[in-house]
Design a protein around this ligand. Structure first.
Ligand code: MN3
Length: 203
């Protein structure tokens, strides 16, 4: 049985950038629902008990076809939100350093260029989905969008930074102003977590 990981900060800690009510509903309702529905989907498939969620998503093509889409939706929803909450924090630094900064500069010329490209990608995403900074199998950094709860892990990409651009991630505070949510989200990015993901050898 999968369980919701504890938030590494108080639900009000991301104010004023991400408001308390949005965090509470997003975490306790949306994230919890993905977790509960994933458990329901897998309850008659004991072969997956004890398997880590990233292993399941990485090997999505091996999941029985009758539950595969439900695992993509709910397993992806569960895992993507785990990454999302880990990827933000109060009192965050404004930019990364070390290897992550070097790799961003190599791929996107400058940190400012990276931020602009990532923001544009997230603003332009049609419908519900996610914008990601990922590392490819050959080691380059890329910005990709995924629809719904599709996860880069299923495409052989390693997620470093996860931005939820579903309306439920911002609508209570920002209504239709997605660009304003994204501009504020940059103030709470946890660069340390992204750097650790980059520096962890691929399993
Ligand atoms: Mn969400």
């Amino acid at each position: 049985m999968f369980q919701l990981p504890a938030l590494p900060y108080d639900q009000s800690a991301l104010e004023p950038y991400i408001d308390t009510e949005t965090v509470t509903i997003h975490y306790l309702k949306h994230h919890q629902n993905y977790c509960s529905n994933l458990n329901k989907t897998l309850e008659n498939h004991l072969e997956y008990s004890g398997m880590a969620i990233d292993q399941i998503i990485r090997n999505i093509e091996t999941i029985p076809v009758e539950i595969r889409q439900a695992v993509i939706n709910n397993g992806g929803g569960f895992y993507n939100h785990n990454l999302y909450w880990e990827n933000i924090m109060p009192d965050a630094r404004k930019e990364p350093d070390g290897l992550l900064m070097d790799e961003i500069t190599k791929a996107f010329v400058s940190f400012a260029d990276f931020q602009k490209l990532f923001t544009d990608s997230a603003v332009k995403l049609f419908g519900s989905g996610w914008t990601w900074l990922v590392q490819t199998k050959t080691g380059e950094l890329k910005i990709v969008n995924t629809a719904n709860q599709d996860c880069p892990l299923s495409m052989g990409l390693r997620p470093l930074l996860a931005l939820d651009v579903w309306e439920h991630a911002y609508y209570l505070k920002y209504q239709n102003r997605r660009a304003e949510y994204i501009a504020n989200w940059w103030n709470v990015v946890n660069w340390k977590v992204a750097a650790v993901r980059l520096e962890t050898p691929l399993g």
